[in-house]
Design a protein around this ligand. Structure first.
Ligand code: AOF
Ligand code: ZN
Length: 358
C-alpha cells in the first residue's frame, strides 16, 4: 500500500510541476509566435532549483533559461517541460544537448512537438543518451496552451477565433464601450493574446483601432479586409503608429490615407487564403472581430463552419434589446446548428461571455 501511495504522490507532483510549466509559459502569451509558449521547471530532491520560459522567437528556449537559473546544480535533476525539447539548430541550438550536458537524470514532457523537424526526435535523442523520459503529463493542458501553434503547424493556416457582440434578442451589435470593451478589460486582454485582429474596412473607417500606447506593450497586427473599395481608402484614425501595425488586404489595388500602410492584393478574397497568408507571415492566431460593422467580413464568414476555418467562437451577450432595421426585432429560422464543445461561460462587467470550440 505504501508503494502505491508513493506512486500516486509522485503522479500528483508530476502534474503539479507541469502545471507550473504551463503557468510560466503563459507569461509570454502573445509574444512567442511563430514559436510555441513553453515553460520548464528543474526539480532536485523535491526542491525547485530552476525555472524558465521561452519569452520570444529568436531568444533562448525555456530549458536554457531554467538551466541558467539552476546554475551548476542541475546534475541528477528532473526537468519538467511543457513541450518536447527540440533537437535541431534553429534560431537557437538544440535543448536536448543542453539537458544532456547538464546531466539531468530524467525529463518529463507534456506533449510531443508537432513541428516535423522535431516530432519525437528530441525524446529519442534524450533516451539514447540514457535519460529517462516520460511523455504526456497534463497533456490536455499543454495541448490547449499551444492550440494555435499546433493548428498552424498541422494545417499551414492561422487559428481563427470569431468574436461578436450580440444583443439579448440576438442582433449583432457594435457596442464599443460595453462592459467587455473597457480599456484594460476583457477585450483588450483578448486582443493582446492574439497575433492579429481581422476587421472590416467599414469598421476601420468608423471606429478607432484600439491600439495600446503603453511603452513596450504588445500590439496585435490589425488586418483590415477591404473588398469592393474604390482605389482610395480613407481610415481617419490611422496615424503612423497604428499604420506600422496594420495590414490592408484588398481585392484590388488601393492607396490608403492618411498614413502609409502595407497593402496585399489577394486574387482570391476568402478566409482560407487570408488565414494561409497570415500563417506564412508567422501569425499563429487571429481574432476575427465581427461587429455590427462587419461589412465585407460577412461574406468571408459565409458558411465558414463547413470549411472548418474558424476554430473558436467568443460571443458577448450584452444586456440590451435592440431595435432591428428588419421587419422584426427577433430573428427566426436558421437551417442547421453546430453544437460547440468545451463551452465556458462567465460574466464580465455585466456582459455575459460565452466561449466554445466549433
Ligand atoms: C523547445 N523549447 O522553449 C521552444 C521550442 O528557431 P528556434 O531555435 O527558436 O526553434 C523554434 C522551434 O523550436 C519551434 O518551431 C518549436 O518546434 C521549438 N520550440 N522548443 O525545446 C522551447 N520554444
Ligand atoms: Zn529548444
Amino acid at each position: 500500500v505504501a508503494g502505491v501511495r508513493c506512486q500516486a504522490q509522485a503522479g500528483d507532483m508530476d502534474a503539479h510541476y507541469m502545471r507550473r510549466c504551463v503557468e510560466l509559459a503563459r507569461k509570454a502569451a502573445g509574444h512567442t509566435s511563430p514559436n510555441p509558449m513553453v515553460g520548464c521547471v528543474l526539480v532536485r530532491d523535491g526542491q525547485v532549483i530552476g525555472e524558465g520560459f521561452h519569452p520570444k522567437a529568436g531568444q533562448p528556449h525555456a530549458e536554457v533559461f531554467a538551466l541558467r537559473d539552476a546554475g551548476d546544480s542541475a546534475e541528477n535533476a528532473t526537468a519538467y517541460v511543457s513541450l518536447e525539447p527540440c533537437n535541431h539548430y534553429g534560431r537557437t541550438p538544440p535543448c536536448t544537448e543542453a539537458l544532456i550536458k547538464a546531466k539531468v537524470k530524467e525529463v518529463v514532457v507534456g506533449m510531443t512537438d508537432p513541428n516535423p523537424i522535431v516530432a519525437s526526435k528530441g525524446i529519442e535523442k534524450l533516451r539514447n543518451a540514457g535519460i529517462d523520459v516520460r511523455v504526456g503529463v497534463e497533456e490536455a493542458l499543454c495541448l490547449q496552451l499551444n492550440e494555435a501553434y499546433i493548428h498552424r503547424m498541422l494545417t499551414g493556416k492561422a487559428f481563427a477565433t470569431l468574436r461578436a457582440t450580440l444583443s439579448m434578442n440576438g442582433i449583432v451589435t457594435n457596442q464599443i464601450g460595453s462592459g467587455a470593451d473597457q480599456p484594460g478589460g476583457y477585450y483588450s486582454q483578448l486582443a493582446k493574446e492574439y497575433d492579429g485582429v481581422i476587421i472590416s474596412s467599414e469598421m476601420a473607417k468608423t471606429t478607432t483601432l484600439p491600439v495600446s500606447r503603453e511603452a513596450g506593450a504588445k500590439q496585435p497586427l490589425y488586418i483590415i479586409v477591404a473588398q469592393g473599395e474604390s482605389s482610395k481608402l480613407h481610415i481617419p484614425s490611422l496615424d503612423e503608429e497604428t499604420a506600422a501595425n496594420a495590414l490592408v488586404l484588398s481585392d484590388s489595388p488601393v492607396t490608403v490615407q492618411p498614413a502609409e500602410v502595407s497593402v496585399s492584393v489577394l486574387d482570391q478574397m476568402n478566409l482560407d487564403s487570408i488565414l494561409q497568408l497570415l500563417a506564412e507571415r508567422g501569425l499563429c492566431s487571429v481574432l476575427v472581430d465581427f461587429r455590427g460593422v462587419g461589412g465585407s467580413l460577412a461574406s468571408l464568414l459565409n458558411r465558414f463552419q463547413e470549411d472548418k476555418l474558424v476554430q473558436k467562437v467568443v460571443v458577448e451577450l450584452s444586456p440590451v434589446w435592440m431595435v432591428s432595421p428588419g421587419p422584426s426585432d427577433l430573428a427566426f429560422g436558421g437551417s442547421e446548428s453546430f453544437p460547440l464543445k468545451n463551452v465556458e461561460c462567465r460574466e464580465v462587467n455585466g456582459t455575459l461571455l460565452l466561449e466554445g470550440y466549433l
